[in-house]
Write a protein that binds this ligand. Structure first.
Ligand SMILES: Cc1cc2nc3c(=O)[nH]c(=O)nc-3n(C[C@H](O)[C@H](O)[C@H](O)COP(=O)(O)OP(=O)(O)OC[C@H]3O[C@@H](n4cnc5c(N)ncnc54)[C@H](O)[C@@H]3O)c2cc1C
Length: 481
C-alpha cells in the first residue's frame, strides 16, 4: 500500500471547519453518464440536488462509443423485428459476464431494462429500430442495434438464442458524446445545481453514516451536506498505475487505457476506508480492433506456438482479453489470398509467403505447428465445420490458396484498448456494501465508481448501461432511506 493506493479516511463531522457551505438532499460526485442519470432521477423526484465534477463533466462517457446494453424486448428491439425476453437476457449475461444467474444485481438490471430504455428515450436519447450486422462497433450510420458481447458466436450461440442488445444512440459512429449531451440537457432542465471544476476530496461521516463531502474549488475547501445521500459516480481507476500494478498489471502493457485523469481510484480508496468490499479487481475489458469488417474472421488466429486458441468470430473483447491474459500478448491472424481484407483500422495481412512453413518462419512461430494447425483447420473447413472452436459455418472456409499472409495482433505492436472493471461492491439498490455484508448508510455508487456486473468477461454497453441504470437506482434509494 502506498500514497496512491491507501484508503482515504473520511472526515468526522466534528472535524468540520464551521458550518456546511451548501446543503442538498442528494450530492452526486461526477457528471459522466452515471452521475447525470443519478442527478436527473433525484431532481425529477423533487429532491434538491448538487452535482459536482472536478472538470467540466462528461468524463470517459463523452469519449465512449455510446453502446448501452439493454434488452428483454425493448421497443427498439421490437421495432427492428427482434424478439427478446428478460429471462433470455439474464441467462445470456450470467454466462457472458460470469455472474450467477440468480444474482440480485443482475436480475434487477435485466428486469428493469425495458423501463430504463424508455427512460433514456424520454430523456432525449433516441435509438433507431434497425439492426446493423457488424458486431462490437458503433455503426457508421444511425442503426440502433448490434451484437455487442458475442451473442452470435460460440460458445453462446449454441446455448442462447442470439439477440442483439447493444443499443446505439441514433447518431453516426461514436455516440458517447451524444448520450452525454442529451442527458446533460435533461439535467439542465431540472433545478439541480451543477458545480463544475469542483473536486470532491473527502467523505464526511456522522456516526457511521455518510452525511456530506468536502470539496476543493478555486483553491478553497468547502463542505456540502447531503441529507439523503452521496452518490459516487466519479469513474474508476484506469489512471491509477499503482492500483493497476497491484490488481490488474496486464493493463499496464496495453497502448490505450480508456479513461480520464478522473479515473484515479478516489472512490475505491474512499470506500475502502469505510470497510467496503471489493470484487473483480483483476477483471478487465480489453478490445482488439480486428473487426469490422466481419469478413476478416475467415482467417485463423494463432498464438506464439502456431496454435489456435479461440473462435475467430468471438466478441473482440474476449479476443483481446484472451491474447493479453492467456497468450502472453502474442497472436497473429493468418489468411490466404481469397480471404485477404483490410479492416477499418487499416490492418492488413503482411509477411506474404507461398507456404505456411515460410510464413511461420517470417512471423517467428514453429513452422511444423503452424502447418499442422492449418492442415487440421482446412480438413474440417472443407466440410464447413470448426469442431475445435465452433466458429460459425458462414466464416469457415479452407485457407488453401497462396499467397498466405499474417495480420500482426501482438499486444506490443498494435492498439489494444482497455479498462479495469473491478471495484467497490454495491447491491441491487446501488448501496455500498461492506465486507461484513452490511451497507454504508448514506452512500451509493454507480458506473466505474463501483464494481461491474462483469465478473469474468465483458460485453460492450455494460458500462454505460449499468452506470446509468444503477445511477438512477442510487437516487431512488437515497430518497427512500
Ligand atoms: C473510446 C471508448 C469507447 C467506449 N465505448 C463504450 C461503449 O460503447 N459502451 C460502454 O458501455 N462503455 C464504453 N466505454 C467505457 C465507458 O465509457 C466508461 O466505462 C463509462 O463512461 C464510465 O462512466 P462513469 O459515469 O462511471 O464515469 P465517467 O464518465 O468517467 O464520469 C466520471 C466523472 O467524475 C468526475 N470525477 C472524478 N473524480 C472526481 C472527484 N473527486 N470529484 C468530482 N468529480 C470527479 C470526472 O471528471 C468525470 O467527469 C468506452 C470508453 C472509451 C474511452
Amino acid at each position: 500500500m502506498n500514497d496512491q493506493t491507501a484508503p482515504i479516511p473520511p472526515l468526522d463531522i466534528s472535524e468540520l471547519d464551521g458550518d456546511w457551505t451548501h446543503r442538498a438532499d442528494v450530492v452526486v460526485v461526477g457528471l459522466g453518464a452515471a452521475g447525470l442519470a443519478a442527478s436527473i432521477e433525484a431532481a425529477e423526484r423533487g429532491a434538491s440536488v448538487i452535482a459536482l465534477d472536478r472538470s467540466g463533466g462528461g468524463g470517459t462517457s463523452a469519449n465512449a462509443g455510446g453502446i448501452v446494453y439493454l434488452g428483454g424486448g425493448t421497443s427498439t428491439q421490437i421495432g427492428a423485428g427482434l424478439a427478446d425476453t428478460t429471462e433470455e437476457m439474464q441467462a445470456f449475461l450470467a454466462e457472458a459476464l460470469g455472474r450467477p444467474v440468480d444474482d440480485s444485481r443482475l436480475a434487477a438490471y435485466c428486469s428493469g431494462s425495458i423501463e430504463h430504455h424508455d427512460w433514456l428515450v424520454d430523456h432525449g436519447v433516441p435509438f433507431e429500430p434497425a439492426f446493423w450486422p457488424e458486431p462490437g462497433m458503433e455503426p457508421p450510420g444511425t442503426e440502433g442495434l448490434i451484437y455487442s458481447g458475442g451473442e452470435d458466436a460460440s460458445p453462446y450461440r449454441e446455448r442462447h438464442r442470439p439477440v442483439a442488445r447493444g443499443h446505439v444512440p441514433a447518431t453516426p459512429n461514436a455516440a458517447g458524446w451524444f448520450l452525454v449531451e442529451r442527458l446533460r440537457n435533461a439535467l439542465e432542465a431540472t433545478n439541480a445545481q451543477i458545480l463544475v471544476d469542483h473536486r470532491v476530496e473527502r467523505l464526511v461521516v456522522d456516526g457511521g453514516r455518510v452525511v456530506g463531502v468536502t470539496v476543493k474549488a478555486d483553491g478553497q475547501t468547502i463542505s456540502i451536506a447531503a441529507d439523503k445521500g452521496v452518490v459516487l459516480a466519479c469513474g474508476g481507476w484506469a489512471y491509477n498505475e499503482a492500483l493497476l500494478a497491484e490488481h490488474a498489471p496486464k493493463l499496464l502493457e496495453i497502448s490505450w487505457r480508456l479513461g480520464t485523469d478522473g479515473d484515479d481510484g478516489w472512490a475505491l480508496r474512499s470506500t475502502q476506508a469505510l470497510g467496503a468490499a471489493i470484487e473483480g479487481m483483476d477483471v478487465m475489458e480489453v478490445a482488439v480492433p480486428l473487426t469490422p469488417p466481419r469478413e476478416v474472421v475467415r482467417g485463423v488466429i494463432v498464438n506464439g506456438n502456431g496454435e489456435r486458441f479461440i473462435n475467430e468470430d468471438t466478441y473482440f473483447g474476449h479476443l483481446g482479453q484472451s491474447i493479453l491474459a492467456e497468450q502472453e500478448g502474442v497472436a497473429w491472424l493468418v489468411t490466404d489470398e481469397p480471404r485477404y481484407v483490410v479492416n477499418r483500422m487499416g490492418m492488413r495481412a503482411e509477411n506474404v509467403c507461398e507456404t505456411w512453413e515460410e510464413l511461420a518462419t517470417e512471423i517467428g512461430v514453429p513452422a511444423e505447428r503452424l502447418a499442422a494447425t492449418m492442415a487440421a483447420y482446412n480438413e474440417a473447413a472443407a466440410r464447413g465445420e470448426d469442431p475445435a472452436f465452433g466458429k460459425a459455418p458462414e466464416w469457415v472456409a479452407p485457407l488453401d490458396v497462396a499467397p498466405f499472409g499474417a495480420i500482426d495482433l501482438r499486444v506490443a505492436t498494435i492498439l489494444y484498448a482497455g479498462f479495469p472493471l473491478g471495484g467497490t461492491v454495491i447491491d441491487e439498490f446501488a448501496r455500498v456494501v461492506r465486507t461484513d455484508g452490511t451497507t454504508v448508510r448514506g452512500l451509493f455508487a454507480a458506473g466505474r465508481a463501483a464494481s461491474s456486473l462483469a465478473l469474468a468477461r465483458y460485453c460492450s454497453g455494460i458500462s454505460l448501461g449499468e452506470g446509468t441504470f444503477f445511477g438512477r437506482r442510487a437516487a431512488v434509494e437515497a430518497l427512500r432511506d
